[in-house]
Design a protein around this ligand. Structure first.
Ligand code: SF4
Length: 437
């Protein structure tokens, strides 16, 4: 049993890469360490312990992880170096080989960090605490304030889908979640801290309830009753899990906002089959029509991957035309990156990098066209904006309920407040709406 008095006032520094879920989890790990006597290192202080929470969504992400680990080792000479996150889960040996790393914590062990700590002295060889996917069963709830005004409520983790290009099921384990009661308690705690808006997050949140016999619809109905939280956003939901009941509930709810983020990945059925996605594009089009029928001003963001193995030019053109036909607001375009141990590696027909770039540029241009058209359609409408702290050139920004970026002259009294505005024209570079009143 370790004598925790050695942790007292030890300075800890954090570095997080990747998705919002990773940032939420770093905050949870941080809270645990502070509860056991550590204190956060100041910006220019040399820390005694460093925690690097990694991402492994692409090859570039892996490279950035290694750079970040080496930078932390250089910036904090002599510190005890702990690496966790998806890269640590997927390639623990590669991480352990990085000179200066002392402890590698896989997905099952990251929230058990205290138990894995010892005398914090540097090691000849890194200690690796790692379990395979089937043994990653712990769900650790978290609700953390992001870098702005919104709170991120982690409701689910892991995934059982195994889309052919994706390593997340291996990196984060089986789909699992906490109970509705536990999740509500997190939201109530955030409300006591003054949270106005919560973003519901996870890996495959539509799968919520799999390990507790509950459903995502049950969850959002329960969250709708939490006093103090004025607004909820559903961070991202798989199209085949976005049921008509969820859409109807969102349309009726005063707190669940008309803002959807739905991963499509390709607008071509042949490519969807190669990706092992669980739907055809007609289902996706139906969901969009349903959302727009009930919430005509809803903001819909769509994930698309270009250049996956087997995506011929014809398939890409079919995907482009389908996306062009959709009444959506913005595309989040990703270039396919080969990941170890994924089925997509077995698919013939690699797309050349310059061709991937061409396709990506075409979709970015289409996305900007759609975003500007949507923004222009909102001029003169009434909106409710949650204003953020950051001040830029005398202006402050916030998001409307339908996820428009809105700007106004800075007024400190409005930070973390929701105010009603009449939307004016777009600003000079089209990046935000101005206000009339
Ligand atoms: S749904 Fe598919 S793409 Fe999303 S995390 Fe699961 S396996 Fe990956």
């Amino acid at each position: 049993m370790i004598d925790e008095s050695i942790f007292k006032d030890k300075k800890v520094a954090f570095h997080t890469l990747g998705c919002k879920l990773n940032f939420a989890e770093t905050t949870t790990i941080g809270k645990m360490l502070l509860e056991h006597g550590f204190r956060k290192a100041g910006r220019d202080e040399v820390a005694d312990v460093c925690v690097i929470n990694t991402c492994s969504v692409t090859e570039v992400a892996d490279r950035k992880d290694r750079q970040a680990i080496k930078q932390m080792i250089t910036k904090h000479p002599g510190a005890y170096i702990i690496v966790t996150g998806c890269y640590a889960q997927l390639q623990p040996e590669a991480v352990a080989k990085i000179e200066g790393v002392d402890l590698v914590l896989g997905a099952q062990d990251k929230f058990d960090i205290i138990r894995h700590l010892d005398n914090l002295e540097k090691k000849e060889e890194a200690q690796v605490c790692h379990t395979k996917r089937s043994e990653i069963t712990t769900f650790s709830p978290s609700c953390t304030r992001g870098d702005r005004t919104r709170y991120w409520l982690k409701v689910q983790d892991g995934c059982d889908n195994f889309c052919s290009y994706c390593t997340v099921p291996i990196a984060r384990g089986k789909s699992r979640n906490g109970t509705i009661a536990e999740t509500i308690a997190q939201a109530e705690a955030a409300a006591r801290e003054g949270a106005k808006e919560i973003v519901i997050s996870g890996v495959n949140i539509g799968d919520f309830g799999k390990t507790t016999g509950e459903t995502f619809l049950d969850l959002i109905r329960a969250l709708d009753g939490v006093e103090g939280i004025e607004r909820y956003r559903i961070s991202s939901i798989e199209p085949d899990l976005l049921t008509d009941e969820i859409i109807e509930f969102t349309a009726r709810s005063k707190r669940f906002l008309p803002h959807f983020h739905i991963p499509l990945q390709s607008g071509c059925d042949e490519v969807l089959r190669l990706m092992k996605r669980h739907y055809e594009r007609s289902l996706f089009a139906d969901k969009i029509r349903k959302v727009k029928a009930l919430m005509p001003d809803a903001f819909i963001g769509v994930d698309v991957i270009v250049g996956t193995n087997g995506e011929t030019e014809d398939y890409f053109n079919a995907s482009y035309e389908f996306l062009q036909s959709l009444d959506v607001t913005q595309l989040h375009v990703f270039s396919y990156s080969e990941r170890p141990n994924t089925q997509a590696l077995k698919i013939e027909g690699r797309v050349r990098p310059e061709e991937k770039k061409r396709r990506s540029e075409l979709l970015h241009a289409l996305s900007e066209e759609k975003r500007l058209a949507f923004y222009r359609s909102q001029v003169g409408k009434t909106a409710h904006v949650l204003w953020e702290e950051k001040r830029t050139a005398g202006l402050m920004h916030g998001f409307s309920e339908n996820y428009l970026v809105v700007e106004r002259p800075y007024d400190k009294a409005l930070v973390n407040c929701v105010t009603e505005v009449v939307l004016g024209e777009l600003n000079e570079d089209g990046s935000a709406m101005t206000i009339k009143n």
